[in-house]
Design a protein around this ligand. Structure first.
Ligand code: NDP
Length: 322
């Protein structure tokens, strides 16, 4: 089968097309023919070596497809089932072996491409807005990179809750998408100082929560726009990792809360994984969550997808189609 492999960490050029054996299922696994694999920022961290993975590896954490074989102990999925997954390495391939208890059935009415687009970023947006900081109607949130993959989904969920949203983006085109998703006030943070602007928009009161997946370039100023006892939800570092922090800073800036959540801890049991995925699929089915599959690439174009994601050229979801 065709797959993308990383034999040494580095730039997008290390994403090589290789021909390898179709995996055979272990007793607890299902083998899935991949219909679509999601591209996520975490794939860049793995490729660069920022998050360590033993080499060589097939990247990609998310996808959807059809079960072609199951191991001897598997009871809850069978050949022909449509399934989706997240947080399983090896998804940039024609086939992937997944522990069956980490698969989620795709409901009718949701296509494979929609499922692949909804799993990782959708469940992330859902846990950030409902569990990490359960946003309330009438509260104000600052969401960075609001036109991105997670960004557009988080904005829609937060808007549905009835929060007031301030969103940052780098371009006018992205500003339009952020507004369409539900951002009330967009800040072009490459041109305007988002700290000053957020303070102005909130009449100096600040926001209840900052959802920050940008990291290095935004984190410190983000602490300055929180109201006392506000929440800094730092969930990624698209611009680079945040340097170490003296906890005393949280006190002097207003008894702030800081968390650095990861999806893996919010889908740790099969029950939580499937409940969370079902919640996202239900939002799609009810028309409350619009997926924007903005870019589809052939599997062989994985490097191109990474280049565009890194260069901030993309909006919404990127999929690889094997
Ligand atoms: P996005 O589609 O949001 O792409 C990243 C965006 O970040 C860019 O489009 C860009 O938006 C913004 N950005 C700001 N500075 C930079 C920079 N220097 N280089 C590149 N991009 C920059 O990606 P994802 O939706 O896949 O991921 C968003 C974030 O969420 C990532 O940090 C990722 O790691 C994190 N994440 C965390 C999870 C968790 O559980 N903790 C799970 C899933 C994702 P703009 O041009 O508007 O500035």
């Amino acid at each position: 089968m065709k797959a993308i492999q990383v034999a040494q960490v580095g730039g997008p050029e290390v994403l090589q097309v290789v021909d390898i054996q179709v995996p055979q299922p272990k007793p607890n696994e299902a083998v899935v023919k991949v219909s679509a694999a999601g591209v996520n920022f975490v794939d860049i961290y793995h490729r660069e070596g920022r998050y360590k993975v033993p080499l060589p590896f097939v990247p990609g954490q998310e996808g959807a497809g059809v079960v072609t074989a199951v191991g001897s102990e598997v009871r809850d999925v069978k050949q022909g089932d449509r399934v989706a997954w997240a947080h399983i390495l090896g998804s940039y391939a024609e086939y992937v072996a997944v522990p069956a208890h980490r698969l989620v059935p795709i409901p009718s009415g949701v296509t494979d491409q929609q499922a692949a687009a909804a799993m990782l970023q959708g469940m992330t947006a859902q846990y950030l807005s409902h569990d990490t900081y359960p946003l309330q109607h009438g509260e104000t949130a600052l969401i960075h990179a609001a036109a991105g993959g997670v960004g557009q989904l988080l904005v829609q969920m937060a808007h549905n809750i009835g929060a007031r949203l301030i969103g940052t983006v780098s371009t006018e085109e992205k500003a339009k998408l952020a507004r369409q998703a539900g951002v009330d006030d967009v800040i072009l943070y490459a041109q305007v100082d988002f700290e000053t602007e957020t303070k102005r928009l909130t009449h100096g009161k600040g926001v209840h929560v900052v959802y920050d997946g940008v990291g290095k370039d935004t984190f410190e100023k983000g602490l300055n726009v929180l109201r006392p006892r506000g929440y800094m939800v730092l969930f990624g570092g698209a611009s680079g990792p945040v340097p170490p922090l003296d906890p005393m800073v949280l006190s002097t800036k207003g008894s702030l809360f800081l968390t650095r959540p990861s999806l893996v801890h919010y889908i740790s049991t099969t029950e939580e994984l499937r409940t969370r995925a079902r919640a996202v699929f239900a939002m799609i089915a009810e028309g409350k969550l619009k997926l924007r599959i903005a870019h589809t690439y052939k599997l062989e174009e994985a490097a191109k997808a990474h280049r565009e994601l890194e260069a901030r050229k993309t909006t919404g979801k990127l999929l690889l189609i094997p």
